[in-house]
Design a protein around this ligand. Structure first.
Ligand SMILES: *Cc1c(COP(=O)(O)O)cnc(C)c1O
Length: 402
């Protein structure tokens, strides 16, 4: 048995099978490249679902983490620590908002957004007790908790996990008329991904986000943008909402906020909205810890320069130009996305997304399939143009059946 086979066999024997990873066992990584236990190198074109926007082992992030590791890593929120105010202030400023509630994983931040919207509904909007409703979109992905999967439309994510949390209404993504009908007096929020990542990098029709903004403002409903995957540079802007000049009432952030080093998530909003909390009503042992704050502060500083957004824009144009050339050639049915982020629909005659991903792996490129026939391309924003072109060459080779 090879080192790879041994590692996979023992992982399969001793871990729950809630994932179906590609058969590669990574031992180290640097920038856009990963090296497996047998010394083979792979170009990372997934970037931890955008948690690794700044690449593996980013020097600035590793140095920030190391420096903080030597000082203090955890205080709990029972005490203040000296990176907390800095983190909240700078994150709020980057978002153009006022208050931050830090958590750890994306799902926790989504849960926090749900709780916050409900509480705002009762305390500020005046919704009758227990009646708050949140409108979400079909094909959403917001995480894996029992409440979040309650409003998923993906049978795999939902089946056998009920009973489900009530209080959600699902409308088709991109359909403003359906949204208008779904919003009622007891609606406290509309929660959406500005681009649906897991669904296959679905970009809503032009004017949709602006329409959601207008409708929610008119009806006194919070517009919550889940930018956990779309935010922090991926699409060429700090937030994907910016492409339509839209500012929501609340951002949900995660993934790249922790720089691929530690889990860091947050809800960012106004005084009116996050001001509803009193001590004891919500919390997290690890949320806003010193190590998380130190890494996230470095992420915020890096985004402030605009260089990553710029790279995502320039390399993204190149990526979409090259992928666009594949459409209509028989192997690729459609390409969607924005910035350095693409969903590529493979023609069934050329194999499933999984099969294409495995063939790419054999050529040294790592991507992830989604929903059967789609592969997702989202390399670290630090990828060089040469590496990106090499990765695209491998994709062309696989699709040509070479
Ligand atoms: C990944 C993701 C989440 C969940 O984040 P976790 O850290 O995996 O809990 C929520 N929303 C979106 C849009 C995501 O991409």
């Amino acid at each position: 048995m090879s080192a790879t086979e041994r590692a996979i066999a023992s992982a399969e024997a001793h871990s729950a099978h809630n994932y179906h990873p590609l058969p590669v066992v990574v031992a180290s990584a640097d920038g856009s490249w990963m090296t497996d236990v047998e010394g083979r190198r792979y170009l990372d074109m997934l970037a931890g679902y955008s948690a690794l926007n700044f690449g593996h082992g980013n020097r600035r992030l590793i140095d920030a983490a190391k420096a903080q590791l030597e000082r203090v890593t955890l205080t709990s929120r029972a005490f203040f620590h000296d990176r907390f105010a800095e983190f909240c202030t700078q994150l709020a400023e980057m978002c153009g908002m006022e208050m931050v509630l830090p958590m750890n994983t994306g799902a926790e931040a989504v849960e926090t957004a749900v709780k916050t919207a409900r509480k705002w509904g009762y305390k500020v909007k005046g919704v009758p007790p227990g009646q708050a409703k949140i409108v979400v979109a079909a094909n959403n992905f917001h995480g894996r908790t029992t409440t979040i999967i309650s409003f998923s439309t993906d049978p795999e994510a939902r089946a056998d996990f009920g009973p489900y949390t009530p209080g959600f209404e699902i409308v088709p993504y991109g359909d403003l008329t359906a949204l208008e009908h779904a919003v009622s007096a007891n609606t406290v929020a509309v929660m959406l991904e500005p681009i649906q990542g897991e669904a296959g990098v679905l970009v809503p029709p032009p004017g949709y986000l602006a329409g959601v903004r207008e409708l929610t403002r008119e009806r006194n409903v919070l517009f919550i943008a889940d930018e956990i995957q779309s935010g922090l540079g991926r699409t060429g802007r700090t937030f994907a909402c910016e492409h339509e000049g839209v500012v929501p009432d609340m951002y949900i952030l995660g993934k790249a906020l922790g720089g691929g080093v530690v889990p860091v998530s947050a809800v960012v909003s106004s005084d009116e909205v996050l001001g509803v909390y009193r001590p004891g009503e919500h919390g997290s042992t690890f949320g806003g810890n010193p190590l998380a704050c130190a890494v996230a502060l470095e992420v915020i500083a890096m985004l402030r320069s605009g260089e990553f957004q710029q790279r995502a824009t320039e390399l993204g144009e190149h990526l979409h130009h090259e992928l666009g050339l594949l459409v209509g050639g028989g192997a690729v049915e459609a390409v969607r996305g924005r910035g350095l982020w693409a969903g590529v629909d493979i023609a069934p005659s050329h194999g499933t997304g999984r099969e294409i991903s495995e063939k790419l792996m054999d050529r040294g490129v790592l991507v992830k399939d989604t929903h059967g026939s789609t592969i997702r391309i989202a390399p670290p924003l630090v990828i060089s143009k040469e590496d990106l072109d090499w990765g695209l060459d491998q994709l062309r080779g696989v699709l040509a059946g070479e």
